[in-house]
Design a protein around this ligand. Structure first.
Ligand code: PMP
Length: 404
């Protein structure tokens, strides 16, 4: 049984007031709040275990290493990867994507080779490839969206040619909430012998992901968007691919032997983990994944879908309401505009009512251009939001609208 009031007690921040009103936190797409167990696990590690991992012979170092490697195993289980060697800890989705663009680009892309992206990508999955473009002269090909905010799959299939080297596409749009038909897109790419990187920043917090069942080649997500700490994220990569990529950064941990003439590299996944990892954050991430797994990703999905359905129904009744994106399969993310009220005004006035939403281009300027808007107001639900909060949102929007 999904007891929302009990669940909310795990998140102390939800009891806060802002401007004398109870906080209604609807900016989960940007970052999520942390349950007590995550903060406590990290505090406990700093107070009682702290030591650098992997290198020490002493007791604390071994204990810290065990926690760090247990966290990797927790991530492996969460994604259903074959082996912990396929789980690389990074600082977040952005770093994971940059790692693939840089290392895959270095190994497999030459001038004129192509990467397929989509029109709804976050800047992190555009600019990383443009940096490679500047170094290597590669080309970016873009899958367009239709007016409902869905990728046009016919056009996607047309983009493949003998220069296509990789597809890098988001699982879920952080603006429109569109859930992309990623399994089918992966099948298409594989039929052309092309690997796929999936940006899972906005999917992992909302529904169960199984990388073996998807058969994606790389998968990236951020800890802080799934109730874990900031500063830690994950790159999953099939061992066969990771093995063939050169290292990303040089430093300690990622080497086997170093001389001034020649260095040999460590085994996977350490080849990609130069320097001291944020081993306390990995413990926090593991607790967060344990937490959502104990609630059940399917229960979280069902709860958030109910919130999104109710919110859409409530919001559509507001005069002048324009919902951006009407995808058949959508996540608990809703972008909107009301009449000609500027998104920033709407966000600022909702904030005075205690309602935290996001405004602006959401790091997706090409998508804004396609939608013909400069920015939107975005609400994004988390596992702890309630139907009453949806009512507060709808009433808040109506109240702001009346001011104009
Ligand atoms: N991709 C998507 C779809 C996102 O929503 C975000 C975060 N807004 C990112 C990538 C980047 O994540 P991070 O800032 O945690 O690296």
């Amino acid at each position: 049984m999904y007891d929302i009031q009990e669940i909310r007690k795990d998140f102390p921040i939800l009891g806060r007031e802002v401007y004398g009103r109870p906080l209604v936190y609807l900016d989960n797409g940007a970052t999520t709040q942390k349950p007590r167990c995550v903060v406590e696990a990290m505090t406990d590690e700093y107070y009682n275990v702290n030591a650098n991992v992997h290198r020490g012979v002493h007791f604390l170092s071994q204990q810290a290493t065990e926690l760090h490697e247990a966290a990797r195993e927790t991530v492996r289980r969460f994604l259903n990867a074959r082996s912990p060697a396929e789980i690389v800890f990074t600082r977040g989705t952005t770093e994971s994507i940059n790692l693939v663009a840089s290392c895959f680009g270095e190994a497999f892309m030459r001038e004129g080779d192509e990467v397929i992206l989509s029109e709804m990508e976050h800047h992190s999955n555009i600019v990383s490839w443009q940096l490679l473009q500047a170094r290597r002269g590669i080309k970016l090909r873009v899958v367009p969206i239709n007016d409902r905010g869905e990728l046009v799959l016919d056009e996607y299939e047309q983009l493949f040619n003998d220069r296509t080297r990789i597809v890098s596409v988001t699982h879920v749009s952080n603006v429109l909430g569109t859930v992309n038909p990623i399994r089918r897109m992966i099948e298409t790419a594989h039929a052309h012998g092309v690997p796929v990187l999936v940006d899972g920043a906005q999917s992992t917090p909302h529904f169960a992901v199984d990388v073996q069942s998807l058969d994606c080649d790389f998968f990236a997500f951020s800890g802080h968007k799934i109730y874990g700490p900031t500063g830690v994220g994950v790159l999953y990569g099939k061992e066969t691919w990771l093995d063939r990529l050169p290292p990303y950064m040089g430093g300690g941990e990622m080497i086997r032997h170093v001389t001034f003439e020649r260095t040999t590299f460590n085994e996977l996944p350490f080849k990609f983990e130069a320097g001291t990892p944020d081993y306390v954050a990995t413990t926090g991430l593991a607790r967060a994944l344990d937490y959502v797994s104990a609630l059940g990703m399917d229960s979280i999905y069902a709860h958030e879908q109910e919130l999104a359905r109710y919110a859409l129904e409530r919001m559509r009744r507001i005069p002048g309401m324009r919902i951006l994106g009407e995808a058949g399969e959508r996540d608990a993310v809703i972008s909107f505009l009301v009449g000609d009220i500027h998104h920033l005004d709407m966000g600022t006035l909702l904030d005075r009512l205690g309602i935290a939403v996001r405004t602006g281009h959401h790091c997706a300027e090409p998508l804004m251009r396609r939608l013909g808007v400069e920015g939107t107001v975005r609400v994004s639900f988390g596992l702890y939001n309630t139907l009453e909060e949806v009512d507060a949102l709808a009433e808040g929007i109506e109240r702001v609208a009346k001011m104009f």
